[in-house]
Unconditional design. Structure first.
Lengths: 328, 515
């Protein structure tokens, strides 16, 4: 789970290893994912196919990228509800800039700056002004969504040049480049959260904020960086989505914040802070995507899908609390 | 409330009778065989040092914690006090140290809580609520507008409302824990007036306080607790402040482990440190190889002082000199770099990362040292943590064990280890042995002594007076945010320090308590 624990694993006794494996979230979640895949492969002839997996992989790219940031925030004891709106705003901003003639290499950095700015506002509100993360990011969520609608008057921005669409459609040996990038980012972020000094600080901050401050950790800075990173990742997701759809859509990503939170929590992050891994969050995303896909295959209506995802999230958190209480 | 029983009181059964009460937490006895009684129409003072067991006794009477053995009788009947609610039904009213009022609600609502009179559909009958609140406060001789919100009241008036709230269930026995800690002198007089009227009506009152002169002023009899045992009960007229302090402190054989330490150059100096409502004009010096004790009650500003010295809390007046140079620390990180560290008092809330492993807890202060190019080295982490665990004899099954599974003493050793890994020149230890067992306490004391002998300057803030006296070369005493005494070890006895910390004037303490 973390650097020190792993090193002890190598020298530790066998029963300890078993307990650790069961205690990690990733292993049981992988088992659950394998089970869903197995059941669905039997239930639907269309499920176990390259085209279905490819579609699913492309579909989960934005969620997976944003979940990286949300996991960092949850580990630090905060969360961000504005991610879905930031995705929509940055998607429309980058599309507008390009349609009005800005080259891609100029439009993307400007959009990234805007996204980072929202993260900075969130971070400063939560740390320096002690605004509750729920209230702070609910506010920016509304502001960002509103701005996206104002800028586009509610319409999608289309007419993007093919050069911008490259990222969204290009493949590499049949695997979409977007998916390759996403997986690379997850691997890097997971290792960084486990092994780098900078990111390990998130665990201390989330576990006991006062103790972290008294231990010499710059608590506010750490949290602000996590907020900016989350917003930047939402921006990247927004740009990639616009590139795939060849349009900036002001209504994109509504309700995405809940999907992302659900995935991260299912993946082992705790709303009380101090726990979670990027890999776990990713497996959570895969699990939620599989459930959605399975329901589509089984012709469950999109409205019922929301109900089911809500139930899955609530049950996952309740189970988590039960297990923790027993370990006490 | 029964009519004033003066002669009758002596024949009637006591309002409250404690018979051989015992209580232990996790195998550690905190109350041993305590018996005393409170008569109707009596104010009974209860005094003792921190940790003597006053609050535990109060919690048992008010049904907050169960009794291990022994019996509590109310008006001669064995009382089953399994919950605060049952205690209330038995007529026990409790005013806890932390005020429990809701500032945004009116006085009347606060007094009656969820017992407000309601009409059909559960709508509150406001007129009746206000009328009853006024009647109750009137009975207590307090006239304040019951419709105003509690937020607008002074601490003294809040305390009166708190008492009214406690008495709103027909009470026969009133328990007060440090009721004057937030009050100004005139407010204390008003409170005492109220307590005396309640006494005249036949109520039994237990009055717990650190302020011994106030206890003497208001009580009829006073019981002294020390280390969970009752030392004695005396009538107010048969005892004095100096007697009570002597009983509280006892004749412990102070184990003096100071072995001719060499006091070196000045390391830290505070000049006129202050901040509104917290600290005023605190000046002292700390030398290498020296342990300076800071004694004072909770809320005397001792912890705030520690945090200011380490840059975790701002001061608005004065300055801090480190090695003779005026330095304004920018925060704990800056302090660590300059070799000054602060061990916080509240281990669980401010010290350890409970869910994290022993290793994670230890390496937090030396993350730079155990990483290369920003990547943590698992091997270095484990090495550093194992060495620290061995050196400070932390009893843990493994360095991967979560700290919450360790005993208090071992958690404290983990904390100490994490700070000493930074090789501090100046260590500010705030209650380093709070809530740890005797064995761990010994080891921590020996470690502090050893550190001082190798040249570390130590400021030992502590609520444990024998600890301060056993370890310190000098003793500073704080009261109400001020440093009121800087005593050489030879001048500091438990009695003088305790008297000073309880708010006695220095000259008076010297004259009254002698040495």
């Amino acid at each position: 789970m973390n650097a020190v624990q792993e090193s002890a694993l190598q020298t530790g006794s066998r029963p300890a290893i078993w307990r650790r494996i069961i205690a990690t979230r990733e292993i049981p979640l992988l088992g659950l994912i394998a089970m869903v895949v197995l059941v669905m492969s039997i239930a639907s002839p269309y499920f176990f196919s390259a085209s279905n997996f490819r579609a699913m992989a492309i579909g989960l790219v934005p969620t997976a990228i944003i979940t990286i940031g949300m996991t960092l925030l949850l580990v630090s004891g905060a969360f961000d509800l504005s991610v879905g709106s930031v995705l929509a705003l940055t998607g429309t901003v980058v599309a507008l800039l390009i349609v009005r003639g800005a080259p891609v290499v100029v439009a993307v950095p400007i959009t990234a700056l805007a996204g980072a700015g929202i993260g900075l506002v969130n971070g400063v509100l939560v740390t320096r002004l002690s605004v509750n993360p729920l209230v702070a990011t609910l506010g920016t969520m509304s502001v960002a969504r509103g701005l996206a609608l104002v800028l586009t008057e509610g319409y999608s921005v289309s007419g993007l040049p093919p050069s911008f669409g490259f990222m969204g459609v290009a493949s590499w040996f049949g695997v979409p480049i977007m998916v390759v990038i996403t997986i690379a980012m997850i691997v890097v972020a997971d290792l960084a959260l486990r092994h780098t000094r900078a990111l390990r600080q998130l665990y201390y901050v989330g576990s006991n904020e006062t103790a972290a401050r008294l231990s010499g950790i710059s608590v506010d800075l750490v949290r602000i960086v996590a907020f900016v990173a989350t917003s930047l990742l939402a921006t990247l997701a927004g740009i990639l989505l616009a590139s795939r759809l060849m349009a900036g859509t002001p209504t994109a990503g509504s309700g995405l914040e809940l999907q992302v939170l659900a995935a991260a929590v299912i993946g082992g992050a705790s709303l009380r802070g101090g726990e979670g891994t990027v890999l776990g969050g990713f497996l959570g995303v895969v699990f939620v995507a599989l459930i959605n896909d399975a329901m589509t295959m089984l012709a469950v209506s999109i409205y019922w899908q929301m109900v089911v995802i809500g139930v899955v999230l609530t049950v996952a958190v309740a189970l988590d609390m039960l297990v923790r209480r027993r370990q006490g | 409330m029964t009519p004033a029983p003066t002669a009758a009181a002596s024949i009637a059964a006591p309002r409250l009778e404690l018979l051989r009460l015992c209580k232990a937490y996790g195998g550690v006895p905190v109350i041993v065989d305590v018996s005393f009684d409170v008569k109707p129409g009596e104010i009974h003072g209860l005094v003792g040092e921190n940790g003597a067991g006053k609050t535990t006794i109060m919690n048992m009477i008010s049904g907050v914690v169960p009794v291990d053995s022994g019996e509590i009788r109310i008006d001669g009947q064995k009382a089953n006090l399994a919950s605060p609610r049952q205690a209330q039904q038995m007529g026990v009213a409790t005013v806890f140290q932390e005020l429990s009022l809701v500032p945004a609600l009116s006085i009347a609502e606060n007094i009656f809580g969820n017992r407000a009179p309601t009409g059909p559909a559960g709508v509150i009958r406001w007129a009746e609520l206000y009328h009853r609140a006024r009647a109750l406060l009137g009975e207590l001789g307090v006239s304040i507008e019951v419709r105003q919100s509690v937020a607008s009241l002074s601490p003294g008036t809040r305390q009166l409302v708190e008492i009214a709230k406690a008495l709103s269930v027909r009470a026969r026995l009133l328990l007060l824990d440090e009721p004057t800690s937030a009050l100004a002198p005139p407010e204390v007089d008003v409170l005492f007036g109220l307590l005396k009227r309640l006494r005249a009506s036949g109520m039994g009152i237990i009055y717990i306080s650190h302020r011994i002169s106030e206890v003497l002023a208001v009580s009829d009899r006073i019981s002294v607790l020390r280390d969970g045992r009752k030392i004695g009960t005396w009538a107010e007229s048969d005892t004095s402040l100096q007697d009570l302090v002597r009983h509280m402190v006892g004749h412990r054989i102070g184990e003096d482990i100071r072995i001719s330490r060499q006091v070196g150059a000045e390391r830290l100096r505070a000049v006129g440190l202050g901040r509104a409502n917290e600290l005023a004009d605190v000046s002292f010096a700390l030398h290498s190889g020296e342990i300076v004790g800071v004694a004072g009650l909770m809320g005397s500003g001792r912890s705030e002082l520690g945090r200011m010295l380490v840059g975790n809390r701002r001061y608005t007046a004065g300055r801090v000199l480190i090695d003779g140079r005026a330095i304004r620390l920018r925060g704990v990180r800056d302090a660590i770099k300059r070799g000054i560290v602060y061990l916080p008092a509240d281990r669980k809330a401010e010290g350890v990362f409970l869910t994290k492993s022993v290793a994670d807890n230890i390496i937090v202060t030396v993350l730079e040292r155990v990483s290369r190019f920003g990547i943590l080295s698992r091997i270095r982490c484990a090495e550093v943590a194992r060495a620290a665990v061995r050196k400070w004899r932390v009893r843990a099954t493994d360095i991967t064990q979560p700290v919450m599974r360790l005993s208090g003493g071992n958690q404290q050793k983990v904390l100490l280890a994490k700070w000493l890994l930074t090789n501090p020149q100046i260590l500010i230890a705030d209650d380093p042995t709070r809530g740890v067992d005797v064995g761990a306490k010994h080891e921590i004391h020996a470690e502090l002594d050893e550190l001082a002998r190798t040249g570390t300057a130590i400021l030992l803030i502590s609520s444990d007076l024998p600890e301060v006296l056993a370890l310190s070369d000098r003793v500073l005493v704080m009261y109400a945010g001020r440093l009121i005494a800087d005593l050489a070890r030879s001048e500091a006895s438990e009695k003088t320090v305790m008297g000073l910390a309880a708010g006695l004037k220095p000259e008076k303490a010297a004259a009254e308590l002698g040495r």
